[in-house]
Design a protein around this ligand. Sequence first.
Ligand SMILES: NC(=O)c1ccc[n+]([C@@H]2O[C@H](COP(=O)([O-])OP(=O)(O)OC[C@H]3O[C@@H](n4cnc5c(N)ncnc54)[C@H](OP(=O)(O)O)[C@@H]3O)[C@@H](O)[C@H]2O)c1
Length: 289
Amino acid sequence: MGISGKTRVCAIIGDPVEHSLSPVMHNAAFKELGLNLVYVAFTVTTKELKDAILGARRLGLRGLNVTMPHKNAVMNYLDEVDATAKAIGAVNTILSNQGKLIGYNTDGNGAMIALQENGVYPEEKKLVLLGAGGAAKAIAYHAAQDVAELVILNRTPEKAKKLADVLRKSFGNKVKGGTLSSTVLKDELETADILVNATSVGMHPDVNSSPVPSSLLRIDLCVMDIIYNPLETRLIADAKSVGSKVVSGLEMLIYQGAVAFEIWTNCPAPVEVMRNAALNELEKQGVRH
Ligand SMILES: NC(=O)c1ccc[n+]([C@@H]2O[C@H](COP(=O)([O-])OP(=O)(O)OC[C@H]3O[C@@H](n4cnc5c(N)ncnc54)[C@H](OP(=O)(O)O)[C@@H]3O)[C@@H](O)[C@H]2O)c1
């Protein structure tokens, strides 16, 4: 659909945003469904955040994605924040609804949908989550609702323990936190069904690193790495080589985008179209497979 006087705008704000895959993913999806929407990227520094949100209000933007470093601070400038995003303490999606800006977090939901759509079902399973940063927090909140046991391990163990303490208040003793070390990993992975890496270990340019020694991987341990640059991390390659089921970070990226798309449009997201658009863009950007 061509741009007209009735075209509404969605955008991603953050710093940096030039390499974001969201514009190509969402524009392909809008086109597929013939929606009169366009998606662009705006670089917004911390100092500019408040004005940027005011600008989005005044210009009547339909929706926003929010990325680093604004996921926490943006909550101060919204009219409402949904309960899940409030619990996670971060917003990555904003809907403008009749002049009201409402914040959501689709990261954790996107990760859990990515697992399920790839044949990994967390219900009644033990999930070991590596990391306690922004993405890990969002995933932990959603995973805790489904799994039988959630173990959060982080290089800085205090952060994992703090996150586990908060989650235990809602989900009970099935959540625990600890140190990301080979000894603890060995103990915890022995009885785990699903491993999710939400640390940045293995991300470009650190492509030869993995947070888990390959000797601890086994065929009946499903592995998801939320890193999507490279598309196949060292951890995913190691897991594949022992025959495990694997889920890449691109899947989480696509499904967090799909959930945002549905919030803005009330239409089911054309996931295949979004996946192809993201893959084409990654290829253009020279991201390693
Ligand atoms: N696929 C997607 O849709 C998606 C969405 C969001 C993020 N991501 C990816 O997820 C990763 C984490 O993002 P984030 O926003 O959560 O970042 P963050 O808030 O900065 O958290 C980084 C995490 O990685 C850990 N870490 C960093 N370096 C480490 C090292 N050398 N050894 C062990 N642990 C280390 C940190 O541990 P400490 O607490 O000890 O520092 C922390 O737990 C990034 O690669 C990002 O690109 C993917």
